[in-house]
Design a protein around this ligand. Sequence first.
Ligand code: NAD
Length: 328
Amino acid sequence: MAQPVREVRTIRRAVVTGGAGFLGSHLCEQLLDRGVEVVALDNFLTGSPENVVHLLEHPRFRLVRCDVTDYVHVPGPVDLVLHFASPASPLDYLKMPIETLKVGSLGTLHTLGLAHEKGARYVLASTSEVYGDPLQHPQTEEYWGNVNPVGPRGVYDEAKRFSEAMTTAYRTSKGTDTGIVRIFNTYGPRMRADDGRAIPAFVGQALSGRPLTVAGDGSQTRSICYVDDTVRGILAMAFSPHAGPVNIGNPDELSMLALARWIVELTGSDSPVDFIDLPVDDPKVRRPDTTKAQELLGWQPEVTSEEGLRRTVAWFRERVGALEVRAG
Ligand code: NAD
């Protein structure tokens, strides 16, 4: 087994695109905790300054409003570029197909240009969606995927597949120090309750006593990873020299119906389950093979789904409570 490579480089200053989003805001926080100066670039398309409001006074943090599909200019030295800007929930990217394709293509091109110009390490946020509706289970990085380019989800899946190809081309033709992480379903505090992803939707529905809307018969599976684990994996990749792609996700696989019932139980809700139409091209199964992440990065998830869901429910409950107090 290869020796895990850890923290082989010094990173003093990082640029995080999509820094005001769900994953981006946690990445900014973790980088600051590690002593890194952080410049977050975001156009607030699906994220919000509220996600990083607690960092705004931090002396090593800057938030810059910027659409990375227009141009990317960051004065001064940069050691790391994390390209996380992109609508990520199906509801968002189905509403914003062109923006999604642009940030995956032009946004990737511009941010790779920045990394190349600065001699920085570059990490692309790719996704398990590059595997599409997978014919191989669990998914290893060697699997090429089963994606419908002209289906509604193609705007996201193909944007990410293009961005992987572009990232690889910069590595092979220009020598840019790039890495690709394929992130599987991640959940936790700061997700938007209305972003359409299963966990925030189920938690929001359960806390407000509405029916939980499960697509199809709920037998389709996902593997869910708590945000702290995902962010630790991404940073392990950022501080390593590896090209990837490397799967980052929790192999804990469960059906959507089981997840809905579990959330009802954890919230103590008496919400029923309502079955709704299955979205077009919805993947039937999803589970990462994480052997590579373990061998190359010494990374594996540590937070159990039980613990992660409890923390997430607690965070949403606090917010629902705060909204009720404000409204009352
Ligand atoms: P998010 O929507 O919360 O964050 C994305 C951020 O990118 C938002 O703040 C948005 O305003 C910003 N953005 C979008 N277009 C932009 C542009 N043109 N210029 C500047 N900023 C722009 O989503 P997330 O869940 O935090 O996902 C972050 C990244 O991780 C995405 O690239 C996504 O594809 C990837 N990813 C996430 C997951 C997951 O489970 N959360 C899984 C796989 C991959």
